[in-house]
Design a protein around this ligand. Sequence first.
Ligand SMILES: NCc1[nH]cc(CCC(=O)O)c1CC(=O)O
Length: 324
Amino acid sequence: MRAIGFRLGTRGSALALTQSTTVAKDLAAASNTGYEMIKVKTEGDVTTGPLSQLGGTGVFAAALRLSLLQGGCDVAVHSLKDLPTTQPEGLVIAATPVRADVRDALCARDGLTLATLPLGASVGTGSPRRSAQLRAARPDLVIVDIRGNVGTRLGRVAGSPAQADDGGVGRTAQGDLDAVVLAAAGLERLGLAEHITEYLDPAIMLPAPGQGSLAVEVRSAGAGNAAVDAALEELDDAATRLAVTAERALLARLEAGCAAPIGALGRIQQGTLTLDSVACAPDGSDTMRRSAATRELTVQGAARLGIALAEQLLSEGAAELAGL
Ligand SMILES: NCc1[nH]cc(CCC(=O)O)c1CC(=O)O
């Protein structure tokens, strides 16, 4: 038995547990210490209203952050896209591990794709960002507001057996929709990628800022164990850090939260960081796409890129369009 090197706080959903366990094992192996998992119940797990109306951002993260600050745990793993852009005093993101697939995924009945869904097909999503981009690509689709955990949402697709991944909502729907859109990363982490009928090209569907990326957060003083701190430094992926820094700087400059109808994707190719973004009308009626690039591959350069692109969007009316 190795001595406990850190206590890792996590939400109790299947997705959160998979993500947390992966990080915990990596950190334990790299630091040669043991760990303990601490389940923290968050407000987002117990609220059932439409996500787009929850208003305040970071409902999933607040309780975990409080537990970190109060010393209830030493390390917290978040889905970066659910994490508010304002960094609380006393906490730092110590690692952004190598990012998973950034794309949104269509999970449709009968192997259908965005191009082959029949006229007027019903597609479930609770996200104005996804609904606006879906409507831009296929104005005939009927978008249905849904929420719940990944398994519950998959269960809404006709012909797909409902598989609750954590029983959080516990619906046993006979599928009533032709398709749903979910993050590919979550489906893959849960071993549910076989339900994906199309990975949506970011040229059509820009993901949420930070999608597919995890944030490993600790107190500013560190995890309380030098070997664990060193392991966190090793776990951080520089390319992921630059991309998500640009995406989140854009979101922050727009003063938009993680439920806002904003998409952003940073990509590094041949020494250039390109940032693509989209602002969407909350009713899905319109979208505005803008891009920018920099060759300054530092965290400061990435942040500047995100801020500059946000300011371009704002100068062209993105705040009015997206209802920010
Ligand atoms: N908002 C919920 C949420 N937070 C993170 C993921 C998936 C994993 C990720 O994007 O990193 C999901 C589910 C989804 O959007 O389909």
